[in-house]
Every structure is written in C-alpha cells, then in structure tokens.
Design a binder for this molecule. Structure first.
Ligand code: KIV
Ligand code: ZN
Length: 504
C-alpha cells in the first residue's frame, strides 16, 4: 500500500460561497456530519470573519465534529485570525487556515503590497495564528501564477513561523497538469524546510482541469488535496472529491497505490445529500456520481456487462455506494427491525437517525407503492433533514382541477396548536395550493423557483419538488417528496415557509 494522503474538504467554505449553494446552519451541520462519516481528514467549516452567520456555523461544526480536524479560513490579519480562532477553538482538533496572495497581479492590484511586505505579513500572521492554535495552514493565493522562487520563500517563512501545512492553490484554474506537477516538484525541492510541513494543493476548474491537476500534484508528491463534493466552488468549482478519490482507486497502478481515508461506499450518498440540501443537481453524465455514470443503454454494452461487468465498468456501483435497482423484500407489513437491517446494509446508521419519522414515512410510502427499491429507501432517509421546525404542517388537501375549469385548492394546515383551512383558485392546481397556503400563513412569499423531478422509477415513482421562496429580504429553499406531485409541492412550499420563520 502506498502513502496515505490527507483529504481536506472545502465544500462548506469554497463550495458554499458559490452562488446558489448557500446553506443554513442546520444544513451545514448535516453536511459536516456526513463528511466525517465519509472519512475526510479536514472539514473547512467556513470563513468565520465573513459574517455572524458564518461565525456561528463554524463554531457549531467545531463543537460537533468528533474525529476530523475543523478548519476556518482567515485572511492574514489579526482581526480575521482572532475571529476564526474564536469559532474553531471549540473543536477537538482545530485548524486556522491563513491565506495571502503571492502573484504579481494580486500583490500589486489587490493587496497593494510589495513582495517584502508579503513576506513580513506572512511571518506575523502565521506566528499570531500559531500562538492561538497548534495547527496552522498557510495558503499562497494564486500560487500557480506566482514567481516560483518567491512562493518557496513565502512557504519557508510560513513554516519557520509555525505552519504545519502549506497550500499551493491554482486559484483561477489556469495551470495545466504537466506544468502543475512541475511546480509541485519545484516547491518540494526548493523550499528548504518543506520536510517540516505537508504540501497541499487546491485546484479550481476554470479550464476543466481541476481533477487532472490535483492528480498530477499527487503524483508529484503533494501530501494533502483540497476538494469539494460534486466539485462545487467559486466560479467553475473545485476539484471533485469523488472524482479524485475514484481515480486514485481505479488507477492505483499510476499513483503508487496512494490511499486516502475516504470510505468510497459513502460517495454517492454524500453527493446526493449535497444536492438535496442545496437543490443543485449534478448533470446526468457527471463522472462517478451522475445518474448515467453506470447506465448501460447500448445493446452491445449490455451484452458485455451481462457476460462480465468489467467489460464496461472500471469501478462497480456497489463500491461507490450507488443503490442498484434491487427490490426490497419489505412491504407494508414489515417491521421496524427489518427496515433498520436494510438501512445498515445500505451503509446508514439507524441508531443515529430519527427512526420514528423514517419508519412512519416508510409505512405511508409502503401503502402507496407495491415494491420499494433501495432508491426509495435512500429518498426516505434523505428526507430526514428536511423538517427543521414545523410551524405549519399539512393535515389534508383537496384539489379540483381540469382543462375546462379554474383550479381550486382547499388546504387544511396545523398552525402551531391550531388548525386552519382556506380555499383559493389559481393557474393550475399547484398555484391554487400555494395561494391557499399563503392565505393561511399570512405571508406574502414570492416564488423564486420551482422544480419537480422523479426520484425513483415507475408509475408510482416518488416525485421531489423544490421551491425557493423569498420573504422580507430572506430566501429559503424547501423540498418535499411524495408519490403525488401536488402533495410533494405543498410539502416543499411548507418546508420553505417553516425555514423562513425559523431563520427570520
Ligand atoms: O482558491 C484559492 O486560492 C482559495 C484559497 C483561499 C485557499 O480558495
Ligand atoms: Zn479556492
């Protein structure tokens, strides 16, 4: 077995700061727990100095994680470093991640600092961070467009001041794989004290080369990789964790058997959790976790697969935790114990889940579907995070709709301890339902987006609705799933309304 490299996940920082991927504190905590289960070594929980909300999220994640290192990003200033420390100090294993740009263009136009000033600031910032926290990482922002010898001097300074990890980012996704590998080899041979630190890489995907550059750097000797789930991140995103780790596994022959602590069977689940938390799907042909990644449509391929899976599959769906079409032997008469057993087989830990809710949902679903697949079960489990606080809950709805009449919705909701009912008409059943809910809640919400998708196959497929609602300056996402798309839509709308109330 080859060397074990460190996986630093920045889904909750670089990923979360990209437009459309913001998460509330509960969603971030949910994701952080899943990243720990996945086996990442470092969770970058956020940028504590960015806002009070970011600070609270970093602190909550720091208090939650049991085995991973929790990192907070900070600029090379005392204020940022102190804020980051105030948030991560609660972690079992805290890390401060200080960054400062080193490229000529960033130093001249953004920082307005000379190279000498950058060296001085690096020393002061890292020393201050190190006086607070035993684990400090230093990033030379835009390193790939910096003068190589200067980056080596900056790294030497950071290591002397106490940094245990120095990170070489391809901030604007400009490098090519051969060139990036050369840069990593150069830094490893020209930074005098590099033996006292781990060399990390952080690649962006502006030219679609983030994964290739990360792998090239690993081949050249990098000891830490910075990645995100589904490759989310600033602009075109960061190197996708699932792609880099799958490549290291499938092509161990090319990477000296280098390993990570990632539990590959958790990859798909983690990817799906992120899409359901953010409402941002991955494209069907996405490597490793896309819906088509293991679909074999062409007859000749199907023939090959039936004869020997390795004809067209370099990794099996099972290795990546992708649920197959396997039917559950469970039905509506099955007990909770049998469901828990099946969840364990699928890689979940029922002891840590809200089994009362999951089992209740399972019974409802088993009543409306004859056969439940592993996908149905995954959907039930992923639903578990949806209900943060249920101020408004659906009791029942009646819809009257058709192509020659105006759609009418009659909705009855629980509103705290009371029950309320309203009727409304609209442009179709969903619009009518949303208007009736609006009358009950008294909240004049604007529907920013609405999407519906089939989560499972067949006539009795589970449909998932996602909405984004804005109200009084804040926006929340809501999701709902059901075999009935009107019900899924109502549940999604209520989920978003409840979040707007909870986070107002
Ligand atoms: O892309 C980048 O340079 C970064 C640093 C802050 C590590 O995200
Ligand atoms: Zn970045």
């Amino acid at each position: 077995m080859g060397k074990r490299i460190i996986v630093f996940d920045t889904t909750l920082r670089d990923g979360e700061q990209a437009p459309g991927f913001s998460m509330n504190i509960h969603e971030k905590l949910h994701m952080a727990r899943q990243l720990e289960r996945l086996g990442v070594d470092v969770v970058e929980a956020g940028f504590a100095a960015a806002s009070q909300e970011d600070f609270e999220s970093v602190k909550a994640i720091a208090m939650e994680l049991k085995t991973c290192i929790t990192a907070s990003l900070c600029r090379a200033s005392r204020g940022d470093i102190a804020a980051a420390w105030n948030a991560v100090q609660y972690a079992k294993r805290p890390r401060l991640h200080v960054f400062l740009a080193t490229s000529p263009i960033h130093m001249e136009y953004k920082l307005r600092m000379t190279p000498e000033e950058v060296l001085t600031r690096t020393r002061e910032a890292v020393a201050y961070a190190r006086s607070l926290c035993p684990d400090v990482e230093f990033s030379a922002e835009d390193a790939s467009r910096s003068e190589a010898d200067f980056v080596c001097r900056v790294f030497e300074t950071a290591i002397d001041a106490g940094a245990g990890t120095v990170n070489f980012p391809d901030t604007v996704g400009y490098a090519t794989p051969d060139e990036f590998a050369d840069m990593i080899r150069y830094v490893l041979t020209h930074t005098k004290n590099i033996d006292r630190a781990v060399l990390s890489v952080h690649c962006h995907d502006d030219l679609g080369m983030a994964v290739a550059n990360t792998l090239a750097a690993v081949g050249a000797g990098a000891g830490q990789i910075e990645t995100t789930i589904n490759g989310i991140g600033e602009r075109a995103g960061n190197a996708a964790l699932e792609e880099v780790t799958a490549a290291l596994k499938a092509r161990a022959d090319q990477y000296d058997g280098i390993t990570t602590g990632i539990d590959m069977t958790m990859l798909y689940k983690t990817s799906r959790l992120l899409t359901s938390l953010t409402g941002q799907k991955v494209q069907a042909n996405k490597a490793v976790v896309g819906e088509n990644a293991f679909a074999h449509e062409a007859g000749i391929h199907q023939h090959g697969i039936l004869a020997n899976k390795k004809t067209y599959e370099i990794l099996s769906p099972e290795e990546l935790g992708i649920p197959t079409g396997k039917k559950m032997v469970l039905g509506k008469h099955s007990g909770r114990h049998a469901l828990e057993e099946r969840l364990r087989e699928l890689g979940y830990d029922p002891d840590k889940m809200d089994m009362d809710r999951i089992f209740a949902d399972f019974k409802v679903l088993a009543d409306s579907k004859k056969e439940l697949t592993d996908r149905d079960i995954s959907v039930l489990v992923e639903k578990d995070h949806e209900q943060i606080s249920e101020h408004f809950a659906l009791i029942r709805f009646i819809i009257n709709s058709g192509n020659t009449i105006t759609a009418t919705a009659n909705i009855r909701l629980r509103d705290g301890d009371e029950e309320k009912e309203e009727v409304a008409t609209g442009d179709g059943p969903i619009d009518a339902a949303f208007k009736a809910i609006g009358k009950i809640t008294g909240m004049d919400c604007r529907l920013e987006s609405y999407e519906i998708e089939a989560l499972t196959e067949g006539n009795d497929a589970i449909g998932a609705a996602s909405v984004r609602l804005s109200h009084a300056g804040s926006i929340q996402r809501g999701r709902g799933s059901s075999t009935d798309i009107v019900q899924a839509s109502i549940l999604a709308y209520l989920d978003a309304v409840n979040k707007l109330i909870a986070f107002s």
